[in-house]
Structures are given as structure tokens and as C-alpha cells.
Design a protein around this ligand. Sequence first.
Ligand SMILES: Nc1ncnc2c1ncn2[C@@H]1O[C@H](COP(=O)(O)OP(=O)(O)OP(=O)(O)O)[C@@H](O)[C@H]1O
Length: 309
Amino acid sequence: MAAVPAILARDLHRSFGTVRAVAGVDLAVRPGSVTALIGPNGSGKTTLLLILAGLLVPDHGSVLVAGADPASSATARSRIGWMPDAFGTWDSLTAFEVLTTMAGAYRLGPEQGRDRAWELLKTVHLEDLATAPAHTLSRGQKQRLGMARALINSPDVLLLDEPASGLDPRSRIEMRSLLRALAAAGTTVLISSHVLAELDEMVDDAVFLSRGHTVTAEQLRAGAATRRWRLRSLDGPALQRWAFEARITLVPDTDAPDGAGSVLVDLTDDAAAAALLAAAVGAGVPVVSLAPVSGLLEQAYLSLDTDRR
Ligand SMILES: Nc1ncnc2c1ncn2[C@@H]1O[C@H](COP(=O)(O)OP(=O)(O)OP(=O)(O)O)[C@@H](O)[C@H]1O
């Protein structure tokens, strides 16, 4: 039997004046999964996350998060962790106090709140900055404190809006493993990000938004019938000659430096890539590599007929 979704949204709509920010979102997120929320600027990701966090009421449609409507159920809200895209701080509080204050808001006792705050400061590697006023932290440090704040109540459902923005490479890697570890322990994670290559390595599922509505799996499959690959050879002219004789349709690789000996080719699947590679090597072309030009999520994203607003 399929598990009951940890997040379920049906036909959600929310407008701001004449702007239809969310205009028909259907969503079902599996418990214990990491799911990417992907879409161009203005496609409604933040508005949707605010609705799921219970911070914005939809004009129409239904939402269940951790089994209840977050707008009306305090129990549901207590099981949600929310990390907004920008970390707002109270100027007077230290990083540690931000977390203990939040712990108090979730009704953790003082001792339990302090223990949890320390544990999370260590998790996000901010223990050395525990007594620093939170507003003095760097952008990336604030993001890490924001992640700790979102985890203070040990949420069942974690909603993250652009959590990786401003993080250095090591912090990004650590965030990836933290999210995977949380999911392995049963937490459901919904994460919006524009860094698709990073999401590719981390997520189980992806939901695409276009102008306020969800794109169906069928639409995605139709858009991503082929994938673009780059074939590199030590001998550019030999590669071109072979491709001409074998009647392979090449796409000029305008991103590669002159004389790099690489071409692009659109292929339907991995089996077609394996066959192409075998043919080129068999014909004596000194192939260096054959690899997809972009990750699967980026490919799907670019294949959508979506535009920014
Ligand atoms: N409070 C608001 N008042 C008026 N319009 C709003 C408000 N919030 C969002 N919008 C509009 O709703 C649309 C969706 O915005 P939203 O912030 O949800 O998009 P997004 O996908 O998160 O974008 P980005 O990737 O740039 O963060 C945009 O056209 C935006 O201008």
C-alpha cells in the first residue's frame, strides 16, 4: 500500500491583486523523501511554501501537511520546520539566543531548549559564533543559523526556500548530507532552489512550477524526449570525419574552446549513448569522454516552455 503523503495539496490558488502567484498547484510528497521544488523566478515557489507552512491562506484549494491543514491546525504547524529565503534576525539576540528563543516558542523547557540549541549550533558548525549577535553573521552563516532554527522543533516536515544561497562549497556539501540524514530518519524535506546540479545529487523527486501551476510528469516527459551529450576526442578532425561518414547529426559545440575536438549530439537514452561511444571507438576515433551536458533536472527544466516573470 502506498504511504500517505506527508504533504498533499489539491488545486491551490493564491493571488496578490491581479497577480495569480499560485494558480492550480497539485502536489503529493512522500514521507521521508527529499523533493525539489523547481521553477523560474516568479513561478510561485515562495508563495506555495508559505501556504504549506501555514503562513499564508490560499484563496482556494486544500492543503494537508503532516496530516492536517497548517493554516488552522497548531499541531500541524508544530510538526513543520520552515526556513525562509532570507533570515530575519532580532538585532539584540545572539545566535544561541535566537535558537533558545525559538525553542521556547515551541514550548521546550529551558534546559531542553539550551541543549537543543547547542546540538544544532554544532550541527551547522556555528558553535564558535554562539555568542555573536546574529545580525553580525555573514550571509552564509545566517543561512546556517536559519537551518538550525528550522530544525529546533525536530520537525516531521521541513520546508526550505533557497537554503543553499550564500553557502560556500563545503557548507553546501554538509547541507546535502544533513538533509539526506534527516530524510533517512523519516523527515520529509521540500526544498526550492535554482542550483539544479546540486539538487540532482540530493533529491528523490522533483516538482516543477510554471507560472503558478504544477507541471505534470507527462508534460515533462514530452519536453525531455532527448538529452544533449558532449563527445570529446583527442583528434577533432577525425571525430568530424567519422560523424560525417556515419551520418550522425552533430550540434556545434560553441561553448568549447576552438580546436577542443568536441561535438554535441542529442540522444534518446543511455543505450543510444553506449552505442554511439562503441561506434566511435570501434572506428578508431581517440575518444576522451562522452558525458551529458547537463544534469537531469536542468535538462527537464530547460525543456519546459517556462518563462520568468
Ligand atoms: N506579497 C506579494 N504582493 C504582490 N505580489 C506578490 C507577493 N508575493 C509574491 N507576489 C508575486 O507572485 C508571483 C510569485 O512570486 P513568488 O515569490 O512566489 O515566486 P518564486 O517562484 O518564489 O520566485 P523566485 O524564484 O524569484 O524567488 C510573482 O509574480 C510575485 O511578484
